[in-house]
Structures are given as structure tokens and as C-alpha cells.
Write a new protein. Structure first.
Lengths: 115, 116
């Protein structure tokens, strides 16, 4: 089973709201990722967790706050977002990163609209 | 730094025709290369990957890609296009960040349209 599950699939939030995106995988992968994808653009890396510790933050604004409560779960907490943050947010995971050839598996994504 | 370049942001073929999507890479070391497909309103699905085991890589849905070091290319092909192949295709190279963590560096994508 190569499945990364993301909830919710669609989220509409106001600029003063606090919401969270959730991601779950049961493949035993120890690296998990958040990507942001704007329309007609490739995905852009936001965060990487390795063994439940944040290993990469690609200079993402603090209104995005990631959390990895355990090896299967990854959250992205959202607060005071701007309309330009509207995008598809993709979660991904990969096995222990001993090789650059490991496949990174993506979820279906969460469509976020900020109004 | 490693990178990939996809030539042609839009490719249109007729159903049953050959599909050729181009990807060239830039890497100082043997690269790990991937092709992902994204259907409308969906996430990314791995089509195939090159990890130096064989230069001709077969993937899902009848797609294949050939790694050509002399041309620094990893073009994606399918002999006969089907309507269901209409999607966005991304070529990507895997890189190490900070010496340990995998990250994918994506090309700009090619939107494949299949005409009946």
C-alpha cells in the first residue's frame, strides 16, 4: 500500500481563521514533506521532517506552522493567511533517506482557498 | 546544483500517436531522475524513475523513458496516446539537501493534450 492520505480535500478559510491540514501514511516512512503548488506551476518544497524532526524549512512564513506528532502523522497549522496563500498543498513521504533514489510518494492534496 | 529542464510547456497529440515529452538534466554526479504525472485536481503519481540500474526504464500505463548520458536527457515516451493520458507531466531530479535529506527538484511541467 503506497498511500498518503490528506484531509480535508478542500478548505475555505478567512484571513483571521486558524485551521489545520492533516496528512497520514502507514508505509513506515520516516521522512515527510509539505509542498505548495500554485496553478500551472510545479510543486515547491515548504518543509521536510526526518525522524519526526524538522530538517528543512524553505524560508516559509511563520503563518504556516508544521507539526509531526508521530512517525505517521504530519500537520500543517494555518493562521492569518493571505489570499495569495491559496493553493494546492501536497503532503509526501519517503523511506529512510539513505539513497536519493528513494521514491517520494504524494497524497492527493488539500485545496486551500483564503478569502 | 542539480536541475531539470522540460522543453515544451504544452504538447498536443492525436489519439494513437506517439507521445514524446522532453526532459534534460544538469548534474555533476549521476542523477536520480523521475517522471510524475498529475491528473486534473489530483496529486502527483510516480510514472517511472531512473536509478542507474538500466538506461531504459519502463513505467506504468505504457510509458517508458531512456536515460542518455551523452545527451543529458531523460525523455518520456509512449507509443500510442490514449485520451486518458491527458495530464500534466513533471520531470524531477532528486538532490540531497544539507547532505542528508532527499528533495525533488521539479521541471516546469508539460501539459499533454490528446485530441480524438
Amino acid at each position: 500500500d503506497t498511500e498518503v492520505t490528506q484531509t480535508p480535500k478542500h478548505l475555505v478559510m478567512g484571513m483571521t481563521n486558524k485551521k489545520s491540514l492533516k496528512c497520514e501514511q502507514h508505509m513506515g516512512h520516516r521522512a515527510m514533506y509539505w509542498y505548495k503548488q500554485k496553478a500551472k506551476k510545479p510543486p515547491e518544497l515548504m518543509f521536510v521532517y526526518s525522524y519526526e524532526k524538522l530538517s528543512i524549512n524553505e524560508s516559509v512564513p511563520s503563518r504556516f506552522s508544521p507539526e509531526c506528532p508521530n512517525s505517521s502523522l504530519l500537520n500543517l497549522h494555518l493562521h492569518a493567511l493571505q489570499p495569495e496563500d491559496s493553493a494546492l498543498y501536497l503532503c509526501a513521504s519517503t523511506p529512510v533517506q539513505t539513497s536519493s533514489g528513494n521514491t517520494i510518494y504524494f497524497g492527493e492534496g488539500s485545496w486551500l482557498t483564503v478569502v | 546544483a542539480q536541475s531539470v529542464t522540460q522543453l515544451g510547456s504544452h504538447v498536443s497529440v492525436s489519439e494513437g500517436a506517439l507521445v514524446l515529452l522532453r526532459c534534460n538534466y544538469s548534474s555533476s554526479v549521476p542523477p536520480y531522475l523521475f517522471w510524475y504525472v498529475q491528473y486534473p485536481n489530483q496529486g502527483l503519481q510516480l510514472l517511472l524513475k531512473y536509478t542507474s540500474a538500466a538506461t531504459l526504464v519502463k513505467g506504468i500505463n505504457g510509458f517508458e523513458a531512456e536515460f542518455k548520458k551523452s545527451e543529458t536527457s531523460f525523455h518520456l515516451t509512449k507509443p500510442s496516446a490514449h485520451m486518458s493520458d491527458a495530464a500534466e507531466y513533471f520531470c524531477a531530479v532528486s538532490d540531497k539537501y544539507g547532505g542528508a535529506t532527499n528533495k525533488l527538484i521539479f521541471g516546469t511541467g508539460t501539459l499533454l493534450a490528446v485530441q480524438p
